[in-house]
Design a binder for this molecule. Structure first.
Ligand SMILES: [Zn+2]
Length: 174
């Protein structure tokens, strides 16, 4: 790929990376062909948290405009990863209903909390937080599944009767 062509792609994506609906398929294809990384680090900072100090890093995906969060406990610089005696690593799929609103139909928030506590305890660990809902199906599909599953009766949310078996099976994967 010509240098000018390459920098044209970079400039285009720099301007539009957060507007994936404007990133044309052709540009994404060129991005793959150029073999440059799709993910770039947007920034990192030390962060005081209730789990203890961590390094917080955000990556941006040029092709989709999504952002991904990484939380690092401890210091991983200067050595090979495996020299650190197999530190804890969790790849966590975001779940806004559980993590933001404490919905109790899944255990995503508790799993995230447990992972962060363990990493904090060992003072070593990497949490990769994937910005994707419903295990990658997207928030729209997740809401549709919930809508088919739950209903409000007499002020309470209940699992729809005829959906019960299917709903429980489905919810385990959300
Ligand atoms: Zn969940």
């Amino acid at each position: 790929m010509e240098k000018a062509e390459f920098s044209a792609i970079i400039n285009y994506l720099d301007r539009n990376w957060n507007k994936p609906w404007e990133v044309e398929e052709e540009m994404v294809k060129l991005l793959y062909q150029s073999k440059m990384p799709r993910l770039i680090e947007l920034g990192r900072t030390p962060l005081p948290t209730e789990y203890g100090p961590m390094t917080y890093i955000v990556f941006g995906d040029y092709a989709t405009g999504k952002e991904y969060d990484v939380a690092i406990f401890g210091n991983f610089t200067g050595k090979k990863f495996m020299d650190y005696n197999y530190p804890l690593v969790r790849v966590h799929s975001s779940c806004r209903t559980s993590e933001l609103f404490h919905a109790d139909n899944c255990e995503c928030r508790q799993e995230l909390d447990f992972a962060l506590k363990q990493m904090s305890k060992e003072k070593k660990g990497i949490l990769i937080y994937l910005n994707q809902e419903g295990g990658g199906n997207g928030i729209k599909a997740k809401i549709a599944a919930y809508k088919n599953t739950f209903e409000i009766k007499k002020g309470k949310v209940i699992v729809k009767k005829r959906q019960k078996r299917q709903a429980i099976k489905r919810l385990r994967w959300i």
